[in-house]
Design a protein. Structure first.
Length: 264
């Protein structure tokens, strides 16, 4: 389809650009807040610009949807698009922590075909191709078997009372890395109950699915990408044996929280 070796080099270069601005390596990039009060910094913009140029050269026919680029509605006419989050986990990036990643997926007809996560502060390169499996640093990934919600490992900072059946594990700020943890067998369940965007899920979702996880929104529906409105409510990524009980466990909260005002 495309030169994947070249794609890997592009991801490595993007990681180098980010590392050259990372506070964890002693740098101090310019930072500010977006209109929705979420943080952004010069590294987000620099990586976004680099990827837009290089991925367009790699596959000129593909359109573009990125967290750090104003959305162009005509992208939906492109059956093929790059879905990009230049730095997923900007809060960890700015804190000098390692829980951030560069997320890139190639989407065709609403489905992810290729996925890359570059987490240079962790020395990790994650990869997947639809129907051909997923890897981290070249090693094949497979989810862990689990049949009970009780004790399931969840990457969170704290557990509300209703969720104290779970076991907490380390939580990177990057939702993509949390999802990838399920693929690597380092977590059993990741759930979010808020409005999110396609670029949050596109790459990591394919990596998890190719490793054997079940990947849906908070209502159990599969994700579709390159929609006119690139938002969805929640994500539920689990080992196969616990997806149905996990869906039942979050149902009341998903129904209640999604019924609130949809974000503009």
């Amino acid at each position: 389809m495309i030169d994947q070796t070249r794609l890997d080099r592009i991801m490595e270069e993007a990681g180098g650009i980010a590392m050259a601005m990372w506070p964890g390596a002693g740098h101090a990039p310019e930072r500010w807040k977006k209109d929705d009060n979420t943080p952004v910094c010069a590294a987000d913009i620099a990586v976004n610009a680099f990827l837009r140029e290089e991925l367009a050269r790699l596959l000129p026919a593909a359109g573009w949807l990125s967290e750090e680029t104003a959305d162009a509605p005509d992208r939906i006419a492109d059956g093929l698009i790059w879905l990009v989050d230049p730095i997923d986990g900007t809060r960890d990036f700015l804190r000098g922590r390692s829980g951030w990643a560069i997320s890139v997926a190639l989407v065709s007809a609403g489905r992810s075909l290729l996925a890359r996560l570059q987490a240079p502060a962790r020395g990790e390169s994650w990869s997947a191709e639809a129907g051909k499996g997923a890897t981290r640093n070249g090693a094949a990934l497979r989810v862990r078997r689990r049949e009970s919600l009780v004790g399931a490992r969840v990457p969170v900072d704290a557990l509300p009372k209703i969720d104290r059946i779970f076991t907490m594990v380390d939580k990177p700020n990057s939702i993509a890395l949390r999802i990838a943890m399920v693929a690597a067998g380092e977590a059993d369940l990741v759930a979010t109950l808020r409005w999110g965007y396609e670029w949050d899920i596109g790459a990591a979702g394919l990596i998890a699915r190719e490793a054997g996880a079940i990947v849906t929104d908070a209502f159990g529906q599969p994700f579709a990408y390159n929609k006119r409105d690139p938002r969805a409510f929640g994500a539920l990524v689990t080992a196969p044996g616990i997806h149905a009980p996990a869906l039942a466990h979050i149902k009341e909260r998903a129904d209640r929280l999604s019924a609130g005002a949809r974000p503009s």
